[in-house]
Design a binder for this molecule. Structure first.
Ligand SMILES: NC(=O)C1=CN([C@@H]2O[C@H](COP(=O)(O)OP(=O)(O)OC[C@H]3O[C@@H](n4cnc5c(N)ncnc54)[C@H](OP(=O)(O)O)[C@@H]3O)[C@@H](O)[C@H]2O)C=CC1
Ligand SMILES: CC(=O)N[C@@H](CCC(=O)OP(=O)(O)O)C(=O)O
Length: 301
């Protein structure tokens, strides 16, 4: 039986991972007394007795965790942004490349992709690889997310009725997901990113507008995505729907991609829909855990 410690178990991401693992007979959850949850000694002890530790912590605490576990052979899945572009960490996006699963299965350190990044990379990486998007193309990414993406603090603002119906943010172009998007989509230029939050708890839609040209038709974009994700259980390419609903895949580990636009006008919008707490965080973490433990990848999802 694999021993798993969820550090930050009481937070938004940690709770959802725990819920997904609770009924598992192949996993024993290690817990520490809530009062000692930020105590370095208690956390190191928990790491020492765990086969896998899943970090659901702010970035600074996640970095501290790795330092605390120095000398231990505990394996880590980090849900924070702290290690996503670190060279000695494997990026935990199983559907990204043909060898991603093997890399995750054998890694000691796996970083869980960001929620917006999951949607953006899912669209961009296959198209860059197929030559339909140039690595240095001037791209933009728009997105709308449920407020749970902001963790306990933003959830509190919405639940107390103190937050606006919707807001656009991070327009200063320093969003924490941009480095991983550039790296894992294979881009040579930083995209412009304009995320927003609406008054719904979870779910998100990530959009990439593109101009069409002689070698970039709507059909070619659709076909390249279909080909890349053929045979994947959690990522599917669907026909465009008139209304893209960010909450469509809530409480699942699924991600849907669609290519919208008009050949005559030469304009397209590529869309990814996912649950920020599902494939965008906790679902992906459990998928990665399953791959690391050699369990059926879909167990608990
Ligand atoms: N929410 C989302 O959609 C996503 C979140 N993530 C990432 O997951 C991580 C956690 O986010 P989220 O769950 O939203 O955040 P929350 O704020 O909901 O939860 C964070 C948890 O970590 C605990 N914590 C804080 N500092 C420490 C510490 N030093 N030692 C131990 N525990 C600590 C907090 O305890 P307390 O509240 O008592 O301070 C809290 O329970 C973040 O890095 C975030 O970026 C990733 C993908 C999506
Ligand atoms: C709505 C909202 O605030 N979203 C967060 C991103 C979600 C998150 O915490 O992302 P990680 O995957 O990197 O941890 C933000 O924009 O900072």
């Amino acid at each position: 039986m694999a021993k798993v410690f969820i550090d930050g178990e009481a937070g938004t991401t940690g709770l959802q991972i725990r819920d997904r693992l609770l009924g598992r007979t192949d996993i024993e959850l290690i817990q520490i007394d809530a009062a000692r949850r930020k105590d370095a000694d208690a956390r190191r002890e928990a790491y020492a007795s765990a086969d896998v530790a899943i970090l659901c912590l702010p970035d600074a605490a996640a970095k501290e965790s790795v330092a605390l576990a120095q000398g231990l052979d505990t394996r880590f899945i980090d849900a924070s942004t702290a290690h996503r572009v670190a060279p000695d960490w494997v990026y935990g996006f199983a559907e990204l490349t043909p060898d991603a699963r093997q890399a995750i299965a054998t890694a000691q350190y796996v970083s869980n992709p960001g929620c917006y990044a999951t949607g953006a990379i899912a669209i961009l990486a296959p198209l860059v690889k197929a030559g339909l998007i140039a690595a240095d193309e001037a791209l933009s990414i728009n997105a709308i997310s449920g407020y749970s993406g902001g963790g306990k603090e933003l959830i509190g603002e919405y639940e107390r009725g103190e937050a606006p119906a919707a807001f656009v943010y991070a327009l200063a172009q320093k969003h924490k997901h941009l480095p991983e998007i550039v790296k894992y989509a294979g881009l040579a230029a930083r995209p412009v990113f304009a995320p927003s939050v609406g008054n719904f708890a979870q779910g998100m839609a990530v959009q990439v507008p593109l101009h069409l040209n002689a070698s970039r038709s709507l059909g070619a974009l659709h076909d390249a995505l279909v080909q890349h994700y053929a045979g994947q259980d959690f990522v599917t390419v669907i026909d465009p729907e008139a209304r893209v609903v960010p909450t469509k895949l809530n409480n699942s580990n699924r991600l849907e991609l669609s290519v919208h636009g008009d050949a005559e006008n030469g304009c397209a919008v590529l869309v990814a829909v996912l649950d920020n707490l599902g494939k965008g965080a906790s679902g992906a973490a459990v998928q990665n855990l399953n791959i690391m433990l050699g369990s059926d990848e879909g167990t608990g999802l």
